[in-house]
Design a protein around this ligand. Structure first.
Ligand code: URA
Length: 242
């Protein structure tokens, strides 16, 4: 039926005194309680959320977390780097500089970490970086088990959103927490690991390295860190991770 036909069709019905159009499934205009199916039909199509929106939502969830560290910290330290990267680096917890700037690994340890990763061509344009704990523990103490277990579900969600192809775990706390191991970093480094999260259906290759702050205190371990970095570089190339 073309437009002219429709117009004369409507006019003919008006001439007959018909003012309403009854459809095959009459609709009660006074009843605004739409059925679930109808509600779905009028609802705008589910927008596919961008990764930036999802990360913003996660940040809001973290801000609402009931964690004692939040009360004494200046800033929430969320992340830095490229959220589209296939490599995610995770440290322990922010220090004083990170707390001030609201960005992970910006102090002395961060500079050394950037230098170490730079040796194998990794930089903040091609990796994404965060911490297990989102606020600075007072006096830069190690976060305790309660603080770690408060933050860990959201850190896991963070990994689930980024879905990296490789996790680099910096230091003992990051390695133990995400590999669910009681072993220390000396044992965990230099070995193949997988980060497994059944909730997000993830099995991600993971490597643990010494924390740069530990390397300041134990420079002798730089040699073993160099070997670990070379092995990570080999893995990235072999598995075409970047
Ligand atoms: N040490 C960490 O583990 N994370 C930071 O962000 C800074 C120092």
């Amino acid at each position: 039926m073309n437009i002219t036909n429709i117009k004369s069709f409507v006019e003919f019905y008006k001439f007959l005194g018909i003012t309403d159009c009854v459809m095959r499934h009459p609709r009660n205009k006074f009843n605004l309680n739409l059925s679930i199916k109808e509600k779905e039909e009028v609802k705008p199509k589910n927008r596919i959320m961008s990764i930036s929106d999802r990360l913003e939502n996660l940040k809001s969830e973290i801000k609402a977390l009931d964690c004692n560290l939040k009360e004494v910290a200046t800033n929430l330290v969320f992340s830095d780097g490229n959220h589209n990267s296939t490599i995610m680096v995770l440290g322990e917890a922010p220090g004083a500089n990170e707390d001030k700037e609201g960005k992970p690994f910006v102090g002395e340890a961060g500079k050394l970490l950037d230098k170490m990763l730079g040796y194998i061509d990794l930089n903040r344009n091609n990796f994404y970086i965060s911490n297990i704990v989102f606020w600075r523990p007072p006096g830069n103490r190690t976060p305790n088990d309660k603080e770690i277990s408060k933050c860990l579900p959201l850190t896991k969600k963070h990994i689930g959103l980024i879905k990296p192809k490789l996790l680099i775990l910096v230091g003992s706390i990051a390695a133990k927490s995400l590999l669910s191991s009681q072993d220390g970093i000396t044992k965990l480094r230099g070995q193949e690991h997988f980060y497994i999260d059944k909730d997000f259906n993830l099995k991600i290759p993971a490597r643990a390295i010494f924390h740069p702050a530990y390397l300041f205190r134990n420079p002798i371990e730089k040699k073993r860190t160099w070997e670990d970095l070379l092995e990570i570089d080999e893995l990235i190339k072999k598995e075409k991770i970047l």
